[in-house]
Design a protein around this ligand. Structure first.
Ligand code: GLC
Length: 747
């Protein structure tokens, strides 16, 4: 009796017209369950079914097939992807309102680094070491996407990547779990905002769970076999950070891990996600990855695969169309009502939180779409993000910045005039015509007295590396006539991204040959890299006086690159992935173990050490590396106390002096090594960073505070622990050049 009175009281409480989205989780769950109680098995399975729209020309116009409209009316489609636009999504919702239970459709899309306003690829943006920027660009992308009828982005991709052969390094934040975790959480906050029921916030989807970036050979979709320790110390942290930041959904990864396809892994999708991390959100498989578990050899039939996946904890089936046909297996008891209802509940709760049950059309506003998509404020942010993502790799004799009033400036390279490639490989609805090429950006900024001569030198054609040197003659001629040469080289967008792994990290095709020929002219020369992964540009790094890492920077690439080349912006980016000297060094990353036979830098030829007989162990450019037009000097590293115990914290201070006359920003990095522990620890681990703006001739202090909780690690039983002993503290402008001090933690 009391229970009914309470239920009645709750009903009365909420009869004041509060919306679904503002209900407590408990009340939302109650309402979801009352809806589930009305659903047939087929309708439940329909909610777990996500299908792509008409992909025949989706990058230009989104479409939904007639049969799909009918399936929506029959309650067989719970979510769609690759469908966008206020008008089209409205039509789909109208069809949903004709279904028996009128459950709205959930629209997902790959808003990876911008919707129509394309920002720098995430790997580039991570080089800004600017967590607040990561949140801002995600927020702006969500605003545009939501205005276009999208409820859910399949981002942030938080896969730690230590292998640049893997094309998908473009989507993440590099090799470090600490920085990757901060950026993951920031992007979740940006996409989801403070209120998911607002009409400019969308569900985030942290992906790809897990260790997708550890694919053997750097070959996409390949086998992953890492220890549980490496999983927990390196690959898990950004996912945990994203979930702690409130990520509403998570996506499985294509790869198997230690013998089980991630999509079928109960250890991952239930024990870790739900048991250890208390994740309440919805899990979606990656594209047909449930079906692919048959190909992995982990399931005999599609039905077997689907039963294994839903019982492992995967709630929604992306594009596999397996869950939607699982009624027989459900009725045969292979999927319990509890498991089925739990998956449906998570999907419905996502829709409740977005406010779709209050107003299925709240995201379908064509006027808002027109006003918000690709607007000037978004373009301005795209330029700021691009500027901050640029990493100055070399600038001998202050070759840069270039004067704007040079008499003649040669711009060489097929990539210099490319707009498409500046958008990166996840451009989706980003349009080349929206982008500013490097050539355009330079032309806009030089004086009207300057003549810019452009010559391709090499073809930057999608789909194949140009091996023709036919353009060299004209390029050399152009360079001969010029006062300075800007050579733009790197990768076309389709050499990066999904299913675009490379076995080589060299500049593609004939690009390095062109640089060598131009170099013989002894002209002031700058190489601008537009690429999506670390490249082993050893010859260029040695011979060319100025090198700018400019990645694929999005629609404002050309303007931002010109801002840096001509000095309107002082570059401040720092690499978040190690640049190898050779692909033969992979995996190479800064937070490596010491081994029992580390190379002796003072005696690198000492034979019986962990070394190559044909190459130096060190990277071409280390993690955290990046120069500036300023010149920063680190001095006077000091600690507030040498010994600490319990919860005491230690203050670490360093003076950073800008010895130039140019104000600039410096990312001061703090690393720590646990010298001896019950489990071997990396030689360095990033534990903090500060981005300081320091005026010419000025000295500023970077101050860090650390305590035992910052230094904990997983003991042999994977339990967080802190052990007595000495620690080495490193502070510097990159992971290789640091000042260091000792600390001791006492029991
Ligand atoms: C792709 C990608 C995933 C993406 C999904 C939808 O295969 O692996 O990251 O979100 O399919 O496009």
């Amino acid at each position: 009796m009391l229970k009914h009175c309470v239920a009645l009281l709750i009903a009365l409480l909420f009869s004041n017209g509060s919306t679904y989205a503002q209900l407590s989780d408990q009340e939302m769950t109650r309402r979801a369950d009352s809806l589930i109680a009305q659903m047939t098995v087929e309708e439940k399975l329909g909610q777990l079914n996500q299908v792509a729209g008409d992909l025949s020309n989706f990058k230009r116009v989104a479409g939904i097939l007639p049969v799909q409209f009918q399936q929506i009316r029959e309650g067989k489609i719970g979510s769609m992807l690759m469908v966008y636009g206020a008008d089209l999504t409205r039509k789909a919702q109208e069809a949903a309102m004709q279904s028996r239970l009128k459950i709205p459709v959930l629209f997902g899309f790959d808003v990876i680094h911008g919707y129509r306003t394309t920002f720098p690829i995430p790997l580039a943006e991570s080089c800004a070491w600017d967590v607040e920027l990561a949140e801002r660009t995600a927020r702006m992308a969500a605003t545009e996407a939501a205005a276009a009828g999208i409820h859910w982005t399949f981002a942030p991709m938080v896969d730690i990547a230590r292998d640049p052969r893997w094309g998908r390094v473009i989507e993440g934040a590099g090799e470090d779990p600490y920085l990757g975790s901060l950026i993951a959480a920031a992007r979740v906050r940006g996409f989801q905002g403070a209120d998911l029921s607002a009409d400019n916030t969308i569900l985030a989807c942290v992906k790809h769970f897990v260790a997708y970036g550890a694919a053997e050979g750097g070959r996409d979709y390949n086998t992953v076999d890492v220890s549980e320790r490496t999983l927990r110390e390196i690959y898990f942290p950004p996912f945990k950070a994203a979930i702690d930041a409130g990520a509403a959904t998570l996506m499985t990864s294509f790869n198997e891990i230690s013998g089980t396809p991630a999509t079928l892994s109960r250890f991952l999708m239930t024990d870790v996600l739900r048991g250890e991390w208390n994740f309440k959100g919805m899990v979606v498989s990656d594209w047909e990855s449930i079906n692919e578990s048959r190909v992995h050899g982990a399931a005999k039939t599609n039905d077997d695969a689907a039963v294994l996946a839903i019982n492992a904890g995967v709630d929604m089936d992306m594009e596999g169309e397996l869950y939607v046909n699982l009624a027989k297996e459900v009725r045969a008891g292979k999927v319990s009502d509890a498991v089925l209802n739990q998956a449906v509940r998570r999907v419905l709760l996502a829709k409740f939180k977005l406010g779709l049950f209050d107003d299925p059309f709240r995201y379908c506003n064509a006027e808002r779409e027109k006003a918000l998509v690709l607007n000037p404020a978004h373009r301005a942010l795209a330029r700021e993000a691009a500027q901050k993502s640029i990493v100055l790799l070399k600038n001998d004799k202050n070759m840069l910045p270039l004067r704007k009033d040079l008499k003649t400036l040669a711009v060489i390279g097929g990539l210099a005039e490319s707009k498409r490639d500046m958008l990166g490989e996840w451009e989706m609805v980003g349009r080349p015509e929206d982008a500013v090429s490097v050539l355009d950006g330079i032309k806009k900024q030089v004086s009207d007295k300057t003549t810019v001569i452009y010559s391709k030198g090499y073809e930057a054609t999608r789909g194949k590396e140009s091996l023709s040197k036919a353009g060299f003659v004209e390029a050399i001629k152009a360079a001969k006539k010029s006062d300075a040469v800007v050579v733009v080289v790197g990768e076309t967008a389709d050499m990066t991204g999904e299913a675009h792994s490379r076995a080589s990290l060299d500049l593609p095709g004939v690009q390095e040959d062109l640089i060598k020929e131009l170099h013989t002219l002894n002209k002031p020369m700058v190489v601008v890299l537009t690429n999506g992964r670390p490249l082993s540009i050893v010859w260029t790094a040695e011979k060319v006086p100025a090198i700018v890492e400019a990645w694929h920077l999005g629609i404002e690439a050309g303007n931002a690159i010109a801002d840096v080349l001509f000095g309107d912006v002082n570059p401040s980016g720092k690499l978040t992935m190690t640049f190898p000297r050779s692909v033969g060094q992979i995996p190479i990353y800064y937070n490596h173990k010491n081994t029992g036979r580390p190379i002796n830098p003072q005696n690198p030829n000492d034979r019986y050490k962990s070394r190559y007989i044909d190459l130096d162990n060190t990277p071409l450019y280390p993690f955290g590396y990046g120069l500036s037009y300023s010149s920063f000097e680190y001095k006077n590293l000091r600690v507030s106390q040498r010994e600490f115990r319990g919860s005491e914290s230690v203050t670490i201070t360093v003076d950073v002096t800008n010895n130039s006359t140019v104000a600039g920003e410096e990312v001061v990095q703090l690393y720590v090594r646990d010298d001896v522990a019950s489990v071997t620890r990396p030689v360095k681990e990033l534990k903090g960073f500060k981005k300081l703006r320091i005026g010419g001739g000025e000295t500023k202090q970077a101050v860090f505070t650390i305590s035992a909780k910052d230094l904990m690690f997983l003991d042999r039983a994977f339990k967080p622990t802190m052990e007595a002993g000495t620690f080495t503290v490193f502070v510097g402008g990159n992971s290789a050049q640091t000042l260091d001090e000792k600390l001791e933690y006492l029991p």
